[in-house]
Design a protein around this ligand. Structure first.
Ligand SMILES: O=C(O)c1ccc[n+]([C@@H]2O[C@H](COP(=O)([O-])O)[C@@H](O)[C@H]2O)c1
Ligand SMILES: Cc1cc2nc[nH]c2cc1C
Length: 332
């Protein structure tokens, strides 16, 4: 745990030389300054973290981390837990939404069954993971990041995982179960109230241990959430910008924001999920979503949909003519 904490404290900074070069080049391109809006910032972000003034998004990976959750014993999801394994098979057979989005976006999809889909402990009675399991799940996420990736999209699959995600948010940012519990895969109002009460019970059970972001991630998180955090850390050390997906994915990365003042600077939030807690979480982290499509699927779907935005941003930065090259007059 001490080594992990140090790794989080020592996260490398962006390349501000690349940033300055991109800003200079962008000002020469044949468009009114600022007219590409957030695309200009996206291209600069990619360059800062790839450490180059000519960023690329050719090799794009989408990794879906799958895991199961002991807290499903508390009736927090309307779906049977077997659906996690069944959906993993569906990903492998090409039949899920993310397979179609990955194909259209030109990304390579990888699926990782974290801890072989064994469930975590029920967080209302015990820490979801012991230290060894938490570190193993985190390391699985780190290993899944390929060093030659230009851009990494993260997603998850895990029946019941909106509950650990909401519990994590409540412990990290305050507000209790009622603020963070949402409908997930389709709970009704009574189901959401029950889920909020389950979260409050877990928070109460772990109360005295919940001051440290890593302890929170271990006691209230999940295997696939820990793996996502590992992947976000590995990407930072590997100079790979990251697109986060929905509520669970963002919650999984959140401990890093409290362990390092710029812990999530190499990430962008691809979209704002319809899961109620996601907008609260984006606000707490100061992240502004790229898309708002009413998605609440997970699987990395929102991250996959944002790939063309990053590609377009980079294509404009690297492919546009300058005023001099195109013989276009500059602003008077
Ligand atoms: O990405 C999101 O914001 C999101 C919001 C609601 C549900 N999900 C997906 O639904 C599953 C968890 O929902 P639940 O109701 O079983 O906790 C899990 O597989 C997630 O990928 C995902
Ligand atoms: C069918 C189904 C597909 C999913 N994909 C991500 N989470 C999911 C949850 C369910 C229930």
């Amino acid at each position: 745990m001490a080594a992990l904490r140090q790794l989080c404290r020592d996260l490398p900074p962006p390349d501000m030389g690349a940033d300055a070069a991109i800003t200079g080049h962008d000002s020469q391109l044949t468009k009114p300054p600022g007219s590409l809006g957030r695309l200009e910032e996206l291209a600069r972000w990619a360059g800062q973290w790839q450490h180059t003034d000519r960023p690329r998004a050719e090799r794009v990976d989408i990794i879906v981390f799958a895991g199961n959750h002991g807290v499903t014993a508390q009736g927090v999801t309307p779906w049977p837990v077997d659906v996690t394994r069944q959906m993993v098979a569906n990903f492998r057979n090409g039949g899920a939404a993310i397979n179609q989005i990955a194909r259209v976006s030109g990304a390579c999809l990888h699926v990782v069954e974290v801890e072989d889909l064994r469930p975590t402990a029920d967080m209302t009675h015990a820490p979801a993971m012991d230290e060894a399991t938490f570190l193993r799940a985190l390391a699985a996420g780190m290993r899944a990041v390929r060093p030659d990736t230009d851009l990494l999209c993260l997603g998850e699959m895990g029946i019941g995982n909106t509950t650990p995600a909401a519990a994590l948010c409540a412990a990290l940012f305050g507000g209790g179960g009622a603020k963070w519990a949402g409908r997930g895969t389709g709970l009704d109002d009574a189901g959401v109230r029950h889920k909020a009460a389950v979260i409050d019970r877990a928070l109460h059970h772990h109360g005295m241990h919940l001051t440290d972001p890593l302890a929170i991630a271990r006691c209230l998180g999940g295997h696939e959430l820990a793996a996502i955090m590992g992947a976000v850390i590995a990407a930072r050390y590997g100079n790979i910008p990251v697109l986060l997906d929905g509520f669970i994915c963002t919650a999984a990365a959140s401990p890093l924001a409290l362990l390092h003042p710029h812990g999530l600077a190499h990430t962008r939030l691809s979209h704002c999920s319809a899961e109620g807690g996601h907008a609260h979480l984006a606000a707490a982290l100061g992240l502004s979503p790229l898309l708002e499509l009413g998605l609440r699927l997970g699987e990395g779907s929102g991250a996959g949909l944002a790939i063309p935005l990053v590609r377009s941003a980079i294509a404009c930065l690297c492919g546009m003519a300058t005023f001099a090259q195109a013989r276009v007059s500059e602003k008077a």
